[in-house]
Write a protein that binds this ligand. Structure first.
Ligand code: ATP
Length: 454
């Protein structure tokens, strides 16, 4: 594991950002829980995505679809046959690997049948135990299944969502008919996705249960190319301006014609330099009219649109932007993790954008054993709590409390001291510069609000 990744995994566990799922039972293969701090960071990422992509626009509708859907929808989308990875197994330790990710292998997938053809055989040495890999590729479908129904024996096999966006295609019809939409328009959704991934051990980067943040933008075939470029820009800039990732750690990668799914006109990934290596953060695809055509065919419904201006009827084309919450979360931590030396001691801090920080403010009484200081600090705490996620800390010396807040990315710490009792002023300390300023209690809310909106 890369050094920075190790530090982040350890911080996530130590400070309540991420816990391995079911740890008391020994954990559960590549599934994680967001802990008290992590769930706030995840929520803030979702919130800023919704704010920028839905609230600040007037052409995007937000939905929140169910996880279980009619099984036919996964046949229509092609997932039941084509959602496969090429699996290769070790004769010795029996571990399974994705052949396309091993050294020297070149494979090509038939996107209609899910079959993988070997163009060039690569290494046959197991990366884990150095044993021999069985030189045979098996197609492994990533969809997870469960069953629905109350009578044993009459239950229906259903799929957990292999990609979260499928509801959006199915809800196109009711949205078209109830919302008075005019093309172009988009539908946004943040939803759970389940994949039986073969490659494991990359912390939050590759998990079996995760969330996707999707926008499906419906447009006319003539406008698709232009809107595709527009969406590429919008999404790339969101990671820089709203999430705070450094531009030099982001790049574009176009899918090669062999890699691109047969119906897509163009496909690009936004990649982030995760721990030294560029890997996918979000996929932006020009999917033509394939999705609505397929669901129209399988459901027997007309999934088209009548354009009142051109007086034409057509099946809308779709521009898809599909990003991962867990990967964005990891990128935020990787980008913001800092270590520096202060007075011969190591200071670890997360330089997260304040809008994403789990807690915005921490409130400290200078000492914990003076009732009048504690009481005054509680007043300030109660004043701030309804406005911002605010943390109380009265344990240990002030320096230690600052360090604890630095490590979880709290941008401002407020200390109530003896002077506060005289003039109603407090010190506010900045996480990044460590500078302190004296301000009036009545000014705190306004000042923090101003800083949060910078
Ligand atoms: P990769 O090949 O990197 O696994 P993918 O091409 O299968 O990704 P998509 O199907 O395009 O991914 O999904 C859209 C987004 O969902 C990805 O860009 C990524 O952010 C996220 N994602 C996909 N698979 C996982 C996973 N197993 N764990 C966490 N996030 C994922």
């Amino acid at each position: 594991m890369n050094d920075l990744m190790e530090k982040i995994v350890s911080l996530c566990k130590r400070r309540g950002f991420v816990y391995p799922s079911s740890e008391i039972y020994g954990g559960f293969a590549n599934i994680y829980d967001f802990g008290p701090l992590g769930s706030l960071l995840a929520k803030n990422i979702r919130d800023v995505w919704i704010k920028k992509m839905v609230q600040e626009r007037n052409d995007i509708y937000l939905i929140d679809g169910s996880i279980l859907m009619h099984p036919k929808s996964w046949e229509a989308s092609g997932h039941t046959v084509a959602f496969t990875d090429p699996l290769i197994q070790c004769q010795g330790c029996k571990k399974r690997f994705r052949a396309d990710k091993l050294e020297g292998w070149k494979l090509e997938k038939d996107n209609q049948t899910g079959k993988w053809n070997v163009l060039k055989q690569g290494t046959l040495i197991c990366p884990d135990c150095n044993g021999k890999l069985i030189p045979e590729i098996k197609e492994f479908n990533l969809l997870m299944t469960t069953s629905v129904g109350s009578v044993e024996g009459e239950k229906t096999k259903v799929y957990l969502k292999g990609e979260s966006c499928q509801n959006i295609y199915l809800d196109f019809l009711p949205i078209r008919d109830t919302m008075g939409v005019k093309i172009p328009f988009g539908v946004a959704q943040i939803g759970k996705t389940f994949r039986n991934e073969i490659t494991l051990g990359k912390f939050l980067f590759k998990v079996r249960e995760f969330e996707q943040m999707d926008i499906e933008y419906f447009c006319s075939p003539e406008k698709a190319k232009e809107l595709y470029e527009e969406w590429k820009n919008i999404r790339f800039n969101w990671y820089i301006d709203t999430i705070g990732l450094n531009k030099s750690n982001l790049r574009w990668r176009q899918h090669s014609p062999e890699e691109r799914i047969f119906y897509a006109r163009d496909a690009w990934d936004i990649e982030y330099k995760f721990f030294g290596e560029f890997e996918e953060l979000e996929g932006i695809h020009d999917r033509s009219d394939y999705d609505l055509k397929q669901h129209g065919k399988f459901s027997g419904k007309e999934l088209d649109y009548f354009d009142p201006v051109s007086k034409t009827r057509f099946i809308p084309n779709i521009i898809e932007c599909s990003g991962g919450l867990q990967r964005t979360f990891l990128a935020v931590l990787a980008e913001s993790y800092r270590e520096e030396e202060v007075n011969n001691e190591k200071r670890v801090f997360l330089k997260i954008k304040p809008s994403l920080s789990p807690y915005k403010i921490a409130v400290f009484p200078l000492v914990a054993n003076k009732d009048n200081l504690v009481e005054k600090a509680k007043d300030v705490f109660n004043l701030l709590k309804p406005e911002f996620m605010t943390m109380w800390d009265s344990i240990g010396n002030i320096g230690k409390r600052y360090r604890r807040q630095d490590e979880i990315g709290t941008p401002w710490c407020i200390t109530i001291d003896y002077q506060t009792l005289e003039d109603d002023t407090v010190t506010i300390r900045d996480r990044d510069t460590m500078e302190q300023q004296r301000i009036k209690i009545e000014e705190i809310v306004r000042l923090i609000k101003e800083r949060l909106h910078v």
